[in-house]
Design a protein around this ligand. Structure first.
Ligand code: PTJ
Length: 254
């Protein structure tokens, strides 16, 4: 049972933190994943802990891009398995995207726990464990280089929530379109991806699913226009301005 009272002014943030801690206790999350969450929390504070206008714009572009993909793959790590396994499965079912487990701090035991968690949440096919389908991404030295030849390796669009910069660059160099969720607009991943959603993945994943449902009723031309009008660098700059405006507001003496 949670020790966090619902009335606590920071209950939402503390409950997200609790998901990570219980994900760590149940073997889903790497120790380093707890630190990554802490960094994310700090940026979320600066954002005002809400989905801003620029994040909404990026989410809409991401939905259009996923719907236009020939093969999209959602890459799942320990933090994502702990924070939003249900949403990952729903996004996959809504858009026909494949799910692939790909870890930075690779470890078979943790990988198995993540597979189990995704299955418990309704996933049917999960890639990332079949050694016969192993392929290697070039330009990257971490364990993340090992991917599935029918998944990330073959994909034209890869969704990489909470990612490290190296793989984002390697994926871009391999000609893939990269969509990321990252609360830090300055990170290498944020700066390198094609579409960066600067928002807490726990808020943004749900919105992405909603946008995919709405946009699935539109034709290809409309989706392509949404993408044509999206500029990641410009959107990131707007996001930094949102943070700046929030800080200016908070710095005023009432
Ligand atoms: O499970 P593994 O082994 O694949 O490891 C996963 C982690 C997250 C530990 C690994 O990918 C890592 O070390 O990531 P980084 O380089 O610390 O980057 C994580 C980024 O995600 C940081 O820029 C954080 O600000 C951001 N972040 C953290 N929590 C959230 C977040 N962004 C969105 N929503 C969050 N809840």
């Amino acid at each position: 049972m949670s020790l966090i009272p619902k009335s606590h002014p920071r209950a939402k943030s503390l409950l997200i933190r609790e998901k990570l801690v219980s994900g760590f206790d149940s073997g889903l999350v790497a120790k380093e994943g707890l630190l990554a969450q802490g960094r994310g929390e700090a940026f979320d504070y600066l954002l005002g802990e809400k989905t801003g206008k620029s994040a909404k714009t990026a989410i809409k572009a991401a939905a259009a891009q996923i719907l236009l993909a020939k093969l999209s793959v959602i890459s799942v790590n320990g933090n994502i398995a702990a924070l939003c396994p249900k949403e990952v499965v729903r996004l996959s079912k809504q858009t026909g995207s494949k799910i692939e487990v790909n870890l930075f701090y690779s470890n078979e035991k943790r990988k198995n726990a993540i597979f189990k968690e995704l299955k418990k949440n309704g996933a049917k096919e999960i890639l990332g464990k079949n050694s016969a389908a192993r392929a290697t991404l070039s330009g990257i030295d971490s364990a993340r280089r090992i991917v599935d030849k029918n998944g990330i390796f073959a994909a034209d669009v890869v969704i990489v929530p909470l990612e490290d910069g190296d793989r984002t660059m390697a994926l871009r160099k391999a000609g893939k379109i990269v969509i990321t969720f990252d609360l830090n607009p300055l990170s290498r991943t944020s700066q390198t991806a094609n579409i960066t959603i600067v928002d807490n993945v726990t808020r943004a994943m749900e919105l992405l699913i909603k946008n995919c449902i709405i946009l699935s009723k539109k034709n290809k031309k409309t989706l392509k226009t949404i993408l044509k009008n999206f500029n990641n660098k410009k959107n990131l700059s707007e996001n930094i301005n949102e943070i700046k405006n929030n800080l200016t507001k908070r710095s005023r003496i009432a």
